[in-house]
Design a binder for this molecule. Structure first.
Ligand code: COI
Length: 357
């Protein structure tokens, strides 16, 4: 399937953000977007890169009522030699289709996902920021656009990709964050949609996040939905706990998002002398291990969050702290290695980089 490239009129071209330290996360969007449509009789068709603009949607369309929607997040990095690199985009293409399957949406050929993103990013190359800690965030999504209020799979979908030059996800930058362990609300249950990257998972997390914010925390750490006992994830990131020279993260159990940065951390940690353990993490045992000093650091991992240090954790009104407000040694080493590979400062021995021509 060829992708048509529509002209970009001068009046649709936006001013680029000159002060890259002010980018924040997901506030600015580039000039163009990719849209591809799906209908049963035509399959994927009408692929086009067109000026970034609002969609015109029927108010009854299914995504607006029943959240038949999935998305992904990946990034493009500007290297010192001017090349633009994508990081493990095939993993996003694969996970997109796993989410599509769970939400009963059509499979998108990985080639359309990958080639479409490469073509779009190539056209928007000048939007990739270069200041340390910045990148071009790529947001692919699929929405159900058939008009009608019956609850069923839609017969018309848009796959679209928008691009946003970004800095740090958390407003404090690479600084320790505060996380509250959530023991009232739940995010996911076995057999639910926790493993899919679908908007509903995030909509249902907002109330807990707001309540945590009112108490002075940046995010909530979800426990399993059945027992409220086992550590799952933070919604915007997977969690790791550092036990000396070992890092421990929750095993993938069907209700945790299979994070690409999580997988990356698990792969590079052994090369830095860190063992990795993926297992069920009992919150009571974890708290005891933090109190006794066995856990020396904690951090989250995600595309948007990169590696985010955690400075304090609150569970049932008990607050435990890590590292006197400083970023821990293991967290820093993993952050430097990950971002070093992504930006070309460290050689990619894993074949994770894909350049945009
Ligand atoms: C990402 O890390 O790309 C995500 O999709 C998380 C989102 C909450 C920003």
């Amino acid at each position: 399937m060829d992708i048509s490239i529509y002209p970009l009129p001068a009046d649709k071209m936006k001013q680029k953000i000159s002060d890259e330290s002010q980018l924040g996360f997901g506030k600015h969007f580039t000039d163009r977007m990719l849209v591809v449509e799906w209908k049963p009789e035509a399959g994927w068709h009408n692929g086009r890169i067109e000026p970034y603009a609002p969609f015109s949607l029927d108010p009854s369309c299914m995504v607006l009522h029943y959240s038949q929607e999935i998305f992904e997040g990946l990034k493009a990095y500007k290297w010192a030699d001017g090349r633009v690199a994508l990081f493990r985009p095939e993993m996003n293409a694969r996970r997109f289709n796993q989410s599509a399957d769970r939400i009963c949406m059509p499979e998108l050929p990985e080639e359309i996902f990958l080639k479409g993103i490469e073509q779009l990013v190539s056209l928007e190359k000048d939007w990739v920021p270069s200041a340390p800690g910045t990148s071009l965030y790529i947001r692919p999504a699929m929405i159900a656009v058939e008009a009608g209020l019956g609850v069923k799979p839609s017969s018309h979908y848009y796959f679209f990709v928008i691009l946003s030059p970004v800095g740090a996800y958390y407003s404090g930058g690479f600084k320790p964050t505060g996380i509250m362990v959530e023991d009232k609300y739940v995010r996911a249950v076995p057999g639910g949609t926790g493993e899919a990257k679908t908007g509903g998972n995030y909509a249902s997390s907002i109330k807990a996040a707001l309540e945590a914010k009112q108490k002075g925390y940046d995010q909530v750490l979800w426990l399993d939905g059945c027992h409220k006992r086992y550590v799952e994830e933070v919604g915007s990131m997977n969690m790791f706990f550092v036990y000396g020279s070992k890092i421990v993260t929750a095993e993938l159990n069907g209700s945790i998002l299979s994070g690409i940065t999580r997988d990356t951390v698990c792969t590079i940690a052994p090369t830095l002398g860190c063992d990795v353990e993926e297992r069920q993490i009992d919150i009571e045992e974890l708290m005891a291990d933090i109190r006794s000093g066995k856990v020396t650091e904690a951090f989250g991992s995600g595309t948007a969050a990169v590696i985010t240090p955690v400075g304090k954790l609150c569970y049932r009104n008990e607050v435990v702290e890590f590292g006197n407000g400083e970023v821990g040694e293991v967290t820093q080493k993993l952050y430097d290695t990950l971002t070093g590979i992504q930006t070309g400062k460290i050689r990619d021995e894993f074949g994770w980089i894909r350049f945009v021509s």
